[in-house]
Design a binder for this molecule. Sequence first.
Ligand SMILES: NC(=O)C1=CN([C@@H]2O[C@H](COP(=O)(O)OP(=O)(O)OC[C@H]3O[C@@H](n4cnc5c(N)ncnc54)[C@H](OP(=O)(O)O)[C@@H]3O)[C@@H](O)[C@H]2O)C=CC1
Ligand SMILES: Nc1nc(=O)c2c([nH]1)NC[C@@H]1CN(c3ccc(C(=O)N[C@@H](CCC(=O)O)C(=O)O)cc3)C=[N+]21
Ligand SMILES: [Mg+2]
Length: 283
Amino acid sequence: MADHIINGKELVSDVRGRLKEEVERLAAEGLQPGLAVILVGEDPASAVYVRNKAKACEQVGIYSEVHRLPAETTQTELLELVHKLNAAANIHGILVQLPLPKHISEDAVIDAIAVEKDVDGFHPINVGNLSIGKPSLLPCTPAGIIEIIKRTGTSISGKRAVVIGRSNIVGKPVAMLLLRESATVTICHSRTENMKELCREADILVVAIGKPKFVTKEFVKPGAIVIDVGINRLEDGKLAGDVDFDDVVGISGPITPVPGVVGPMTITMLLQNTVQAAKALRS
Ligand SMILES: NC(=O)C1=CN([C@@H]2O[C@H](COP(=O)(O)OP(=O)(O)OC[C@H]3O[C@@H](n4cnc5c(N)ncnc54)[C@H](OP(=O)(O)O)[C@@H]3O)[C@@H](O)[C@H]2O)C=CC1
Ligand SMILES: Nc1nc(=O)c2c([nH]1)NC[C@@H]1CN(c3ccc(C(=O)N[C@@H](CCC(=O)O)C(=O)O)cc3)C=[N+]21
Ligand SMILES: [Mg+2]
């Protein structure tokens, strides 16, 4: 039974081990990849992710710095910091933690990040390059999802994939990556009709909606791989995914528990992007 529950620890330590070796090789050439994370305001969830990112950098030998700015920071002040980091020789990746306070335009800030340092893959140039099939920095959660699917030994080419959610940070880019891997892709969202029926046709089901335990076994074709992106804090303080794990695990194929797989893999892809950016900026 437990053999089809995807083991995040194993996956993540595998990829991070490989990255650590690469960082050691780069160190021998005098290059240490560097990541700057900017956190504006005091969102508790964001604070947890930022701490996890700093810890992960340390694990693989990436230099990291966190810029904690007060919630009242103006857009101009934030843009000044981004410009400074764009020019900093020891920084190869810049990540501005979202969401930002309401008085700051997320688009303006993302646009200001140097395309080569945009390790979130959110800059319009990187988004465009992804969609026309040119090399680019890939958004971390979607890239991690593809890595997870491949590492379970699931082949993507020719398979039917259904993504629930169409956000710019998860749903749309993961659909684009699945398409690039030659899946036949359907994107569902809050207006989708007959969603259960569509989902039941999926060999690969990716769920990113932000609704705890929304997806039950009626959405799942027997044996389908189920990737749960959702991170929902319940009233009792526990985390739940968007998938009702206990209901679905009995019918699905490989399935990701929450917490433990997609979140840590997202951070791992951030490390990978930082290494990729450092190498590209050097040459
Ligand atoms: N593990 C990780 O690394 C990450 C986890 N997350 C988590 O993933 C989840 C999704 O995040 P994000 O993409 O940013 O969320 P958004 O809130 O930006 O988008 C949610 C999407 O889900 C759709 N949706 C909402 N309710 C339904 C419904 N009942 N049926 C069908 N579709 C629905 C919305 O449709 P519409 O467009 O029509 O409104 C929208 O497209 C969250 O729980 C978030 O915390 C996010 C990023 C990374
Ligand atoms: N510019 C930007 N880039 C992002 O990539 C970004 C962002 N903003 N804003 C918020 C979302 C969310 N996100 C997560 C990262 C790690 C975990 C993670 O490590 N999760 C652990 C548990 C964490 C916990 O205990 O709360 C797990 O799922 O096992 C979760 C969510 C990145 N995001
Ligand atoms: Mg938003």
